[in-house]
Ligand binder design. Structure first.
Ligand code: SAH
Ligand code: SF4
Length: 376
């Protein structure tokens, strides 16, 4: 499908050995056929391989003992199951972990694990950089370098599970129980690869993330919103941040293409599906979008939508042009929204000491791209 909002560069060129990570089970089946597995065996082998990759976290074909030895050898020669390279791991005082990951073409992204007492979420990146230049977001100061492939999105989950020692995937309580697609990039401008990765993540015979434990955040790519509900069924978070088009045009410039009315109409269509939860994210910017009048207008806009509002205190980054609203103003804003019947929790920033909180992620790709000589 060609669309006016189709982005940029494709994922990085494949490594010489075909990556098995990020492929559907049907694709694995076909690939095993191409490797010489007889058709009557290929389905079983694809299921076994899937189990090793996504349930047991296998990193080595030789250890996949349910597969025949000669098939393991053929896979070793022709295929790769390599993870992204972990360049750096940082641990925050609050237990949040951030990984800087590098892919085959040396591009990097960040991935963040946010622990809670009885669960934990991984915040996935979907692009290197972002094309959308939201004025309060650190990632938005990077140009879009490229989309991530499904393998690179799934690779982030595998790295986190490796680090947390959660293989095989536990049946009960898990340290890594939820996925939030809220890292670097706009997932709905890389919908195909993001959807492929989430389908793999949701498979009950592998990584096993129930769709209710996945939330995808978008700045408002309206034509894709309904598909998130219909095709994936995962939770949706909308980065609203302003209740008037004039201000949202500045804060979230994609609003000039799809304005607040168009965005909320798409949300209504999404919410009409069974059992859909909808979250609105609202960053609290001192003196910009945090007045009582803004809160009242927000309530008016949400009227009739089954929604919750996450109030995110602005997370600063070097050179950011905003300050966070003072706590009493955030409390007053939250009270107006909550009184109208919408849950309005104020998010505690996680991992601020390692720049891991919402909107703080950024990697060195920009510098490397703009000035290769200096980077070298
Ligand atoms: N591109 C997607 C997902 C990534 S951003 C989106 O925009 O929704 C994840 C969330 O962090 C979004 O709600 C985003 O608006 C918010 N965010 C960005 N910069 C922030 C900052 N500096 N402080 C607090 N929240 C921020
Ligand atoms: Fe991109 Fe989201 Fe940041 Fe906007 S808030 S620049 S869409 S990552």
């Amino acid at each position: 499908m060609t669309t006016a909002y189709a982005p940029v560069l494709p994922p990085a060129a494949a490594t010489p050995r075909a990556s098995l990570i990020g492929r559907s089970q049907a694709e694995l089946h076909a690939l095993l056929g191409a490797l010489g597995e007889p058709e009557r065996q290929a389905g079983l082998r694809a299921r076994q391989l899937w189990h090793w990759l996504y349930y047991r976290g296998g990193r080595d074909f030789a250890a996949m003992t349910t597969l025949p030895v000669d098939l393991r050898r053929r896979l070793e020669q022709a295929c790769s199951i390599a993870r992204p390279e972990v360049v750096q791991e940082q641990l925050s005082a609050d237990g949040t972990r951030k990984w800087l990951l590098r892919f085959g073409d040396r591009r990097t992204v960040e991935t963040v694990y946010i622990p809670e007492p009885d669960r934990g979420a991984l915040c996935l990146s979907t692009q290197v950089g972002c094309s959308l230049t939201c004025s309060f977001c650190h990632t938005g100061t990077m140009p879009l370098v490229r989309n991530l492939g499904a393998a690179e999105i799934i690779g982030q989950i595998l790295v986190a599970r490796d680090a947390l020692g959660e293989w095989p995937v536990p049946a009960g309580a898990r340290r890594l129980s939820h996925l939030v697609v809220m890292g670097m990039g706009e997932p709905l401008l890389n919908y195909h690869e993001t959807a492929a990765a989430l389908r793999i993540a949701m498979d009950a015979d592998g990584l096993g993330f129930a769709r209710r434990r996945i939330t995808l955040s978008t700045s408002g790519i309206v034509p894709r919103i309904e598909a998130v509900g219909r095709e994936l069924g995962v939770g949706l978070a909308i980065s609203l941040h302003a209740v008037r088009d004039e201000l949202r045009d500045q804060l979230v410039p994609i609003n000039r293409k799809w304005n607040i009315a168009a965005l909320l109409e798409a949300c209504r269509v999404y919410a009409a599906g069974a059992d859909r939860h909808l979250t609105f994210e609202y960053v609290m910017l001192d003196g910009v979008n945090d007045s009582a009048a803004d809160a009242k207008e927000l309530v008016r806009l949400l009227c009739g939508l089954p929604a919750k509002v996450n109030l995110i205190p602005f997370n600063p980054w070097p050179g950011a042009p905003y300050r966070c609203s003072p706590p009493e103003r955030i409390r007053a804003f939250a009270a107006i929204v909550a009184r109208a019947g919408y849950p309005a929790p104020v998010r505690t920033p996680r991992g601020p000491d390692i720049l891991a909180a919402c909107g703080q992620l950024k990697t060195a790709s920009e510098r490397r791209r703009k000035s290769p000589a200096r980077a070298a």
